[in-house]
Design a protein around this ligand. Structure first.
Ligand code: FES
Ligand SMILES: [Fe+2]
Length: 346
């Protein structure tokens, strides 16, 4: 299903932490901004690419708009939803879900100009998340066909707030040399640090990597039933700029799908959303699975929040690379080709 949305004016925000060049590229893409269940008829204040947003439900459908009343600039997230219209708390203007102002209580009955309209962004509900785009037209949400598919159990991992850039976070998700160092408490082993060589190929949306190694994906402390010498395949797909999908192939065709969708709140703040689906252990405790994933995310977060420079350097000369970094090198090249990283951000 593909929807085309009408063009809307791009509100390059004041005090933006991205350069205008980077912002213009990033704003064309789709990002998750909230979990479906937290979006109700109570307006929620959120931020994407430094743009303040209000997110709420009207007629049970999600609405994403600029969090700014066009009358006197009051955040609409301070208001409330009444009869599927969002009401500004300052002078009571109310707006329909297409953004049109439908009531000015100080002048009941007066004609309301069609120009009295909020900037409303597309909102799509997918994988338990609300996705939007600030300037994009065509719907571009990374595919996760396993989600709620027959034979699969699907759940959202806990949302993680990271004081770091989305580029660094996504690259960390693609990095195969850190397992033996960062994830020793969760699934990896210090004695299995070797990274066999692998190939990276270009795809329509980004990159694809098939990584074959002996690094097990079973949680530490759980008996690993994989046969001796079992080769674990990890399939990575990058959906540029800031989403990546991993399919881990367990023994006996058991599959674990993880979508790493980084939502860039600002150049230095990232909110990570991770829908997960697996075709085994369907009776698993979602609570345990969430705790396990949260532990892994926190191990990664500690690295991402401390890397310098905070922004992912797209100049390949800026940092040293090893053979194991093939995917990250290709990822940096790809982002550069998209027009990103021409300038460092604030
Ligand atoms: S500021 Fe919103 S109605 Fe006046
Ligand atoms: Fe990691």
């Amino acid at each position: 299903m593909s929807m085309v949305f009408t063009k809307r004016s791009a509100p390059y925000p004041t005090d933006c932490t991205f350069t205008p060049e980077d912002w213009n590229v990033l704003a064309q893409y789709w990002y998750p901004v909230a979990r479906s269940e937290e979006v109700t008829d109570k307006p929620l204040a959120l931020k994407l690419l430094d743009v303040e947003l209000v997110v709420y439900r009207a007629n049970s459908k999600p609405v994403v708009a600029r969090d700014l009343c066009i009358h006197r600039g009051t955040p609409l997230s301070m208001g409330w939803v009444e009869n599927d219209h969002i009401v500004c708390p300052y002078h009571g203007f109310s707006y329909a879900s297409d953004g049109q102002c439908v009531s000015i209580p100080a002048h009941p009955g007066a004609k309301i100009s069609p120009r009295l309209c909020l900037t409303v962004f597309p909102a799509v509900e997918r994988y338990g998340l609300i996705w939007t785009t600030l300037t994009g037209e065509e719907e571009k949400i990374p595919p996760l066909p396993a989600w709620e598919n027959e034979g699969y159990i699907s759940f959202l991992a806990p949302v993680v707030d990271i004081n770091g850039s989305a580029g660094r976070q996504v690259e960390g998700f693609l990095d195969v040399a850190h397992f033996a160092w960062v994830h020793t408490d969760t699934f990896a082993d210090r004695n299995n640090a070797f990274v066999p060589s692998y190939k990276v190929t270009r795809t329509d949306g980004g990159l694809h990597t098939d990584y074959l190694s002996t690094v097990s994906n079973y949680p530490k402390g759980m008996k690993d039933p994989s046969p001796a010498g079992f080769k674990w395949l990890r399939e990575y797909d990058i959906y540029s700029p800031l989403a990546a999908r991993l399919i881990v192939h367990f023994p006996d065709d058991k599959l674990l799908w993880i979508l790493n969708a980084a939502s860039p709140i600002s150049a230095r703040k990232t909110r990570l959303f991770c829908p997960i689906a697996q075709n085994f252990d369907k009776e698993l405790s979602i609570e345990d699975a969430c705790a396990f994933n949260l532990k892994i995310f926190n191990e990664d977060r500690e690295m991402v929040e401390n890397q310098k420079p905070e922004e992912l350097p797209l100049d390949l000369q800026a940092e040293a690379h090893i053979m194991a970094d093939k995917t990250s090198i290709a990822y940096r090249k790809l982002l550069k080709e998209m027009g990103l990283g021409k300038h460092y951000t604030s």
